[in-house]
Structures are given as structure tokens and as C-alpha cells.
Design a protein around this ligand. Structure first.
Ligand SMILES: Cc1ncc(COP(=O)(O)O)c(C=O)c1O
Length: 304
């Protein structure tokens, strides 16, 4: 998906022109893949642009950094403000927000501890990650032959730069085979998640999603789905799922900041069908919540 440039990028505390936001080719992260990032969205809400659950996203960035031993040289409130400032400076009302923490130029060799920890925040307009048709009619999933990485090899709880090589292998396999998205199983054979989204199965009116112990990221959209489902009176639980649970689901959907709420049409060519009523209700309520249209979720909208 091509990026639409905006004016300025926040880089280590200063705004630089989009075209000048460069790093050295010997930056540590380029070679060894240690870094952490977030994916956040800002929506045109009831009282102006609002970043959806910005503080929890920045808190997760710090948790990811702690897991990977990256000492972020800013506080969470400073980065919350940096995100808001970047949106204001670029005079943009709806956008995707990408904070990235990486190891810069200084030392080379596997040991990362002497490399400078650098931070940037970029924003740009970004449409439906899995396509408008996917959002409306649902996407076709393939279970990848690549597994989600074992937590003792690469901790899935950290949103780490290098972790996404695993996601990329699965994504390439799925798109080359003609599917929209890949789903990964854990090393124990349970359903984990997709390459950038959590997965939910609806069975007999209950929503079930895999726990973190199956290698799923603790999604902020997933948590929003949990709250919305509970408020709608729909039973919700975390539980291990087998691939056969996917094939026989009544409804299925994905959640993620970039993708938002996306119905699933089929898994490995087993038809689930058109988006079901629970999926639709969650999707519509989420779309209204992110735009500040539901008072109950007003605190999720962090106004710029
Ligand atoms: C692997 C993976 N799982 C799940 C998610 C969904 O997380 P969130 O809802 O916080 O965006 C993402 C997106 O960040 C992801 O990359």
C-alpha cells in the first residue's frame, strides 16, 4: 500500500520535513531487527480529531520496549503529546499514527546495549487496511504453514520490529495463494492470530478469542470488542480454538487498529458466508465509538 506523505515527522523531539526523516544505513535495527512500534488511528470525532485509545497504545509501546530491553528516552505522557503535536502540525483530521523506537547508528555487533535509542512519530491518511470490500463483505483467510513464534523464542507480547518477519512469511504465502489474509497457529497447534489482527469466532451466540498464551497480541481493538460485546449483552470469553472451530464457526471476524473490524467469509475455502448479525453489531458500534458518537465510550477518544 503506497504511503501518502504529510508535511512533518517528529524525530527525537524535533519536527523534520517528511523527505528529510532519514537514518544511517549502519543503524543497528536495520541489521539486527530490535525495535518496537505502535499502530494507532486518529478519527474525525464529535468534537474534532481524536486519537483512539492513545494512552493505552503508548503504554503498550513501553511494555514492548521493556520486554526487548529498549530504554525509551521519553516518558509516556511526552510521547502522547508528541503524537497529538504531530497531528496538529500536519493539520490532518483522520490518519494512521506510527510511533517507532529503533536503535540508531553507533555500534555494530549483536549486543544492542551501546546503540542510541531513537524515536519517531509519523502520521498519514490510510484507508481500510484489508480493503473496503473486505470490510463490507468479509475476507478470505488461509491457515499458514508458518507458525506463530514460540514465546521463548520471540515474545509475541512485544510489538517488536523483527517479530513481523514471521507475519510477513505468512502474509506472502496467503496472498500468493490468492487469499486476503493469513492466520497462524501456535507451536501447540491452537489458533493464534492473523498477521496484524486478532481473530474472533462466534458460536451459539458467544464470542471466543484466543488468549495471549496462544501467541496472540493483547490487542487494544480486541479489548474494545470485549467491552462492546459485554455492553451489548453478548457473552465473550478468551479460550483456545482449534482449526476445526474455525471451519464450523457461525460467524467470524478480525480486529486491529489498521484493519478495524473485518468479517471473515471463509477459512481454507470452508465458507462462513456473509457477515452475521453479531459481527455487524460489533462493527457498527466500534465505528461509532471511534468517532465519539457513543457517550459510554467517550474516554476512548483522546482529543488532539
Ligand atoms: C500481530 C498483531 N495482532 C493483533 C493486532 C491488533 O492489535 P490492536 O488492536 O492493538 O491494533 C496487531 C496490530 O497491532 C498485530 O500486529
Amino acid at each position: 500500500m503506497p504511503i501518502t506523505p504529510t508535511q512533518k515527522i517528529w524525530m527525537n523531539g524535533e519536527f523534520v520535513d517528511w523527505a528529510d526523516a532519514q537514518v544511517h544505513v549502519l543503524s543497528h535495527t536495520l541489521h539486527y531487527g530490535n525495535g518496537v512500534f505502535e499502530g494507532i488511528r486518529c478519527y474525525e470525532a464529535a468534537n474534532g480529531p481524536a486519537v483512539f485509545r492513545l494512552t493505552p497504545h503508548i503504554e503498550r509501546l513501553f511494555r514492548s520496549g521493556k520486554i526487548l530491553y529498549l530504554n525509551i528516552p521519553w516518558t509516556a505522557p511526552q510521547l502522547v503529546e508528541a503524537v497529538k503535536e504531530t497531528i496538529r502540525v500536519n493539520d490532518i483530521r483522520e490518519c494512521y499514527v506510527r510511533p517507532l523506537v529503533w536503535l540508531g547508528y553507533g555500534e555494530i555487533g549483536v549486543n544492542p546495549l551501546q546503540s542510541p535509542v531513537e524515536v519517531m512519530v509519523a502520521v498519514w491518511p490510510w484507508g481500510a487496511y484489508l480493503g473496503d470490500e473486505g470490510t463490507q463483505k468479509g475476507v478470505r483467510l488461509m491457515i499458514s504453514s508458518w507458525q506463530r513464534h514460540d514465546p521463548n523464542a520471540m515474545p509475541p507480547a512485544a510489538k517488536g520490529v523483527g517479530m513481523y518477519v514471521n507475519s510477513q512469511m505468512a502474509k506472502i504465502q496467503a496472498v500468493k495463494a490468492g487469499y486476503d489474509e493469513a492466520l497462524l497457529l501456535s507451536p501447540q497447534g491452537y489458533v493464534s492470530e492473523c498477521t496484524g489482527e486478532n481473530i474472533f469466532v462466534v458460536r451459539n451466540g458467544t464470542i471466543i478469542t484466543p488468549p495471549v498464551t496462544a501467541g496472540a497480541l493483547e490487542g487494544i481493538t480486541q479489548d474494545s470488542v470485549r467491552r462492546i460485546a459485554t455492553d451489548l449483552g453478548v457473552e465473550f470469553r478468551f479460550d483456545n480454538l482449534l482449526r476445526s472451530d474455525l471451519y464450523t464457526a457461525d460467524e467470524m471476524f478480525l480486529s486491529g487498529t489498521a484493519a478495524e473490524i473485518v468479517p471473515v467469509r471463509s477459512v481454507d475455502d470452508r465458507e462462513i458466508g456473509d457477515p452475521g448479525p453479531i459481527t455487524r453489531r460489533i462493527q457498527e458500534t466500534y465505528a461509532a465509538a471511534v468517532r465519539g458518537q457513543i457517550d459510554r465510550y467517550a474516554e476512548w477518544c483522546e482529543y488532539v
